[in-house]
Design a protein around this ligand. Sequence first.
Ligand code: UFG
Length: 331
Amino acid sequence: MKILVTGGAGYIGSHTCIELLENGHDIVVVDNFSNSKPEVIDKIKEISGKDFSFYELDLCDKDALEEVFKKEQIEAAIHFAGYKAVGESVKKPLMYYQNNLLSTLVLCELLAKYDCKKLVFSSSATVYGSPDHLPITEDFPLSTTNPYGTTKLMIEQILKDLHISDPTWDIVILRYFNPIGAHESGFIGESPNNIPNNLMPYIVKVANKELPELGIFGDDYETKDGTGVRDYIHVCDLAHGHLLALNKLNDHAIHYYNLGTGNGYSVLDLVETFKRVNNIDVPYTIKDRRPGDIAACYADPSKAQKELGFVAERTLDDMCKSAWNFILKNK
Ligand code: UFG
């Protein structure tokens, strides 16, 4: 299939591009490098040994995106592009609503106009808000605690309405848990431009002595060691989930899947694993809880397993090793 990948130079997008290319798909990548770097495009080509078309553009620019649809025979889209920093979204809600919603509306309009009504959308476990119990299944009630999360939930609603209005659309909504790690080559990985908000990128910067120490946000949660528990999933497993999701774009339905491992690990689990497998120190101190954080969050991944054949194969050791390998290879 010829697949339009929006945000293909980003963290999850770039790993998915490789997975698609290695499995015989053609891709057309669009990105405006708002949180990624142009060299990633070359690295995707190098790793996969395949060429593809790339367009630097803002998805909100309908005319620019329409030129891509005119030139390329696009058959489906995987939509990664969007702003994703929780804290920033609280400070700049209009920027988040404007960018994340408008870009999706423009994309859907063009997918409909050029008669390729097949879409895989990057959603997030953030749409489950603060869940009552665990593990989380896809039918849990939905709510959000910040504008970033609300954009994900609003887009899910838009896609649901779109599917009601025209049931010939094929839509798969993937709700990611916590992707970490990097491609085994060490050529691509997660490299946020500023001080990281998320745990793993922060750990690697401390290990690399770019930041003095990690602050652990609370050790008094009702979890096994008091620190927050999350479902960390290797980004390459997550990328594979997108490949499998393409198989569901054939029954004129809208599907929802959790992409996680089903395992919950605490902040201390992750820090200690990272230290052990990489034989490196990660100094930390315990800080106050971070506002908006929940104690624990992990998936019931059985629906994705049953319907997509999705199984996350890589371990926490693999995730920690590959995240550090990416730093070592890029020093
Ligand atoms: N944490 C720290 N110190 C840090 C950063 C994080 O202790 O410097 C802790 C958090 O308190 C939390 C855990 O590490 O317990 C994971 O935090 P992340 O920021 O890495 O991830 P979140 O689970 O908060 O958020 C992630 C994504 C969101 C997404 C959400 C879905 O960043 O985009 O998962 O559940 F919405």
